[in-house]
Each structure stands twice: as structure tokens, then as C-alpha cells.
Design a protein around this ligand. Structure first.
Ligand SMILES: *Cc1c(COP(=O)(O)O)cnc(C)c1O
Length: 365
């Protein structure tokens, strides 16, 4: 059986008429930049997240940068980030002129270790960026306590966690502001780059909107210098067609994950955990084994595509070599980079595929 790591075309076919109509309408109206599809999406996504203001932008990386800029975080400032994430989380900090300060992750849920984050706070620390990695929420109650104690801004990186919940509250609604990505492979994905920022702070929302669109809220009234990071009309139209399905797709992901977790019996494999009070939305289903490369090879030989998120912990990447970090500085993230393996997971993954993958995993020694 051949099982791809992702299957976006099957999802398209399931909503083909809506997508085709949405794209056609955008072209018919020549609504390529801004326009009603963008405002419709902002309103609908605000309602869906329960966060007052949603400001669409070009992609998830931009959204982190724009939030940092709006909070006046830059040269001389430090921002605490987890040692395991996609590079956007730390790259955005550097791009704004501030210093990313990496801290190790929890050994169970892979999100930022809050005790280590507390130990990393200095006079220069201005913010912390928890990442709800793989779809499991970071410990937001503890992070908010830390942030209050040291007056830090909290920017939630929700690129992998659309719909994740902690104690009945959606991820993204705890911090100062949240960043979302709608990269095609995310749980809610456009057909190209797309992202947004979300905040309950109305003044901050105005600033974010200005920065994302050349410093103007009203055309030609450039109050500040901003940048060009807008959601285009075609992507907004695609997102509008998809958003009504997000809850059922998320439920399917959770169902697939629970089938994996109940059918994988190999005690040599470490399966994902779900912490009490949390809803894990399984952007990725990540297992661990000290024989990762052999396992990945065996699955590949049997037609199952897998991936590694991520093969190198952020501080150990060449991009950060000037910091001089060693693996022992981030023992958990450094060990896990050689052990983690992401299985295929998407709403369309059927029982035959799940059983086939679990069967292969159970045979692995
Ligand atoms: C995908 C991702 C981003 C960035 O999103 P883009 O839209 O690709 O710029 C940021 N953080 C994390 C954790 C991500 O997975």
C-alpha cells in the first residue's frame, strides 16, 4: 500500500464545487488584494477563535515579525523561544533585531519547558513565544503566570494548533497576541502562503493592521512606515470555503490519532501524550524510537511516507552557529532530533491505511 505523507488533493475533491466557485468569484470581481473575501475571513476566523480582532497577512512568519514590531521589540531585546520548532519562531525574532533565547522543551508533550523559560529571563527579556507544537498546546496558564511576574509579552505561535484547547479556552486566546499560518499543509491551509494575527487588544490590532499594510489604515494616509504583508483575495476565498469544515476535519484528525494510539502496541515506540485539560489537534502524530532511521527506512520500503519535525533542534542549526551552542545545552531537544518521526496524519486517512501503518510498526524490532 502507498501512503503519502500528506494528501491535499483528496481534500480538494471533497469540496471542489465550493473552492471552484470561490476562486471563480474572486476572478469575476477582480478582488485580488483586500476585498470582501478578506474581511469575511477575518470576521469568520475571529468568531471561530473567540478572539476579538483578526488581521490577515501574507504568511505565519510575517505575522510573528509584525507582532514583535508592533510591540516595539527589537535591538537590545531578548525573546524566549523553544529549542524545537520550525525556524520561523526564532527567525522572526532575529529579523526584528532582537535576540532569540532558546530553552529546552518538555520530554512528554514537546512544548516549551516553562521552568527553564523562567530561568532564562533577564532584564532584557521582553517576550516569550510559546509554540503549540504538533498541535499540543503549551502550558499557557504557567506561561501567563511567568509573563505577569516579569511583565513579558506573550506571542502564541499557533501555526500548528488551529483549534487546540487548554482548560476550555482556545490556544491563541491566552497571550498578548497570536500568530497563525495557513500554509497549505497546516490544519487550515490556503492554496499558497497565508497567515493572520489575532488579539483581544484593540489598540494593538490597529497597529498590526497598519504595519501589515504600509503603515496606513486609510488609503494614502501613511501614519508610520510599515511593510507589504497582505492576504490575497484568492487565498481568502479558499480559506472561506474551508473554514466551515475545520471542526470536522479536526475531529477526524483526533480520531485518526486515537486509532493509531490504540492500535500501535510496540513498546519500543513512544507515542504522543495528551496532557490533562488539553485538546491536541494532531497537526502531526510524532512517535519516538532510538532506531528512528531504520524505522523510517522500513516504512518507506513498504510505501509509507514519513517526515521529521525537525531533524535539527533550532539552536544547533548552522544559522545559529555563532551562538556556539552544544547539544548538552538542550539535552531533550538534541536527543529527540534523532528519535522523532512524524507519521502520515490527515482527515482523509482511512482505516485500512491506519491498520496497515500500525501493523508495520508492531512488527518493527
Ligand atoms: C508553519 C510554521 C510557521 C510559519 O508559517 P509560514 O506561513 O510558513 O510562514 C511558524 N511557526 C511554526 C511552528 C510553523 O509550523
Amino acid at each position: 500500500m502507498n501512503i503519502p505523507f500528506a494528501d491535499l488533493y483528496t481534500q480538494y475533491l471533497s469540496i471542489k464545487d465550493d473552492i471552484d466557485t470561490a476562486i471563480h468569484d474572486t476572478i469575476r470581481n477582480s478582488a485580488y488584494i483586500g476585498g470582501s473575501a478578506v474581511t469575511t475571513f477575518e470576521t469568520a476566523f475571529a468568531k471561530w477563535t473567540g478572539i476579538q480582532n483578526v488581521i490577515a497577512c501574507g504568511n505565519g512568519t510575517d505575522s510573528i515579525e509584525i507582532i514583535l514590531k508592533a510591540l516595539s521589540i527589537g535591538a537590545g531585546d531578548e525573546v524566549i523561544v523553544p529549542a524545537n520548532s520550525w525556524i520561523s519562531t526564532s527567525e522572526a525574532v532575529s529579523n526584528m533585531g532582537a535576540k532569540p533565547v532558546f530553552v529546552d522543551v518538555n520530554a512528554d508533550d514537546y512544548t516549551i519547558n516553562v521552568a527553564l523559560a523562567a530561568a532564562a529571563v533577564t532584564e532584557k527579556t521582553k517576550a516569550v513565544i510559546p509554540v503549540h507544537l504538533y498541535g499540543h498546546p503549551a502550558d499557557m496558564p504557567a506561561i501567563m503566570k511567568l509573563a505577569t511576574k516579569y511583565s513579558l509579552a506573550v506571542i502564541e505561535d499557533c501555526a500548528q494548533s488551529h483549534g487546540a484547547v487548554i482548560d476550555g479556552k482556545k490556544a491563541g486566546s491566552f497571550g498578548t497576541a497570536a500568530s497563525f499560518s495557513f500554509y497549505p499543509g497546516k490544519n487550515l491551509g490556503a492554496y499558497g502562503d497565508a497567515g493572520c494575527m489575532a488579539t483581544n487588544d484593540n489598540a494593538l490590532a490597529d497597529k498590526l493592521r497598519m504595519i501589515a499594510n504600509h503603515g496606513q489604515l486609510v488609503k494614502h494616509n501613511h501614519v508610520i512606515e510599515g511593510r507589504n504583508s497582505r492576504l490575497d483575495g484568492l487565498q481568502a476565498a479558499v480559506l472561506n470555503a474551508k473554514l466551515p469544515h475545520l471542526d470536522s476535519w479536526t475531529a477526524k484528525r483526533i480520531e485518526v490519532a486515537s486509532k493509531f494510539s490504540s492500535s500501535i502496541k510496540n513498546t519500543g515506540l513512544t507515542l504522543p501524550v495528551i496532557k490533562p485539560g488539553c485538546t491536541h489537534v494532531f497537526h502531526l502524530y510524532v512517535i519516538r524510537t532510538t532506531h528512528r532511521n531504520e524505522l523510517q527506512q522500513m516504512l518507506k520500503e513498504n510505501g509509507v511516507d514519513t517526515a521529521i519535525h525537525y531533524p535539527t533542534a533550532l539552536p544547533l542549526l548552522p544559522a545559529y552557529s555563532s551562538f556556539g551552542y552544544k547539544a548538552k545545552d538542550f539535552p531533550v531537544a538534541a536527543a529527540f532530533q534523532d528519535e522523532i518521526l512524524s507519521l502520515p496524519i490527515y482527515p482523509e486517512l482511512n482505516d485500512d491505511a491506519i491498520d496497515y501503518i500500525a501493523g508495520l510498526l508492531n512488527k518493527f524490532k
